[in-house]
Design a protein around this ligand. Sequence first.
Ligand code: HEC
Ligand code: HEC
Length: 223
Amino acid sequence: MLSMMRTPRALHAAGGSGSPLGSAVDSGAACSAFGRPSRGASVSPWLALLLALCAGAAAAVDEVDSLCIDCHRPAQSRGAVPVIEGQHADYLRAQLERFQHRHREGFPMNALSAGLQPEQIETLVQQLSSREWRPAQPATEADVSAGRERLDTLDCSGCHGAGFLGGGSIPRLAGQQTAYLERQILGFSDAERHHPPVGGGVRMYSLDAEDAAAIALALSEMR
Ligand code: HEC
Ligand code: HEC
């Protein structure tokens, strides 16, 4: 898998200007942005992975599971990293390109995508989009009525679909991580990450924290 990602040197030799995650890593610039924990500091698993990549752990560089899914796994205690397996190809491609060109800011994705070649992005997109979507958490008994009501009033399903399964360049939201959704909703602005106006011409950035939390919960509980 990802055979093109196995040989960053061959890519350089062939005139490629960057290796996969590696090139950001090789340049040192991206890695220095992450800093290094002081001795004895506790290191979260994803930071450990990042440091391993930064240290040039070649073995990690040809597996999408260790490259991407170690962070993007469905079961997470904080739910801050989005589910990407089973997300739509056009949407995934657009996001990776935006991270790469810094049209979307999102730690650590700007640095991680910096050195990817278009063919490598396409390989990742095809692999991820062809996988089955695994919802973020098992459904709970949480009261989602407030969020459902906001989703209806604002006609969010008009684009994201009745079941919020998305399609094409519109992302699936059903079963996405709660904390991630909440942060995106609050983070939309015309300047940073753009979202089209919703029902009644409402701008996403006019939603308050209470709306964002209720909507995020209702979406993440959908299957
Ligand atoms: C160190 C952890 C980490 C690793 C490794 C990682 N990601 Fe991410 N990724 C994140 C975080 C955190 C976000 C959310 C960024 C934000 O807040 O916008 C994200 C966001 C994304 C998104 C946007 C999803 C959406 O719903 O908009 C895509 C696509 C993505 N990553 C793809 C990848 C791919 C492909 C790989 C492997 C090459 C990868 N990521 C590796 C942490 C990681
Ligand atoms: C006019 C069509 C449209 C409507 C209506 C709409 N969306 Fe979206 N939404 C989009 C598109 C397109 C994107 C992808 C934006 C991008 O490429 O960054 C998106 C992205 C999102 C994301 C980011 C998902 C991710 O994985 O990062 C969230 C969250 C979201 N929408 C929530 C909502 C909510 C909540 C509503 C109702 C208040 C809504 N959307 C209504 C088109 C729409």
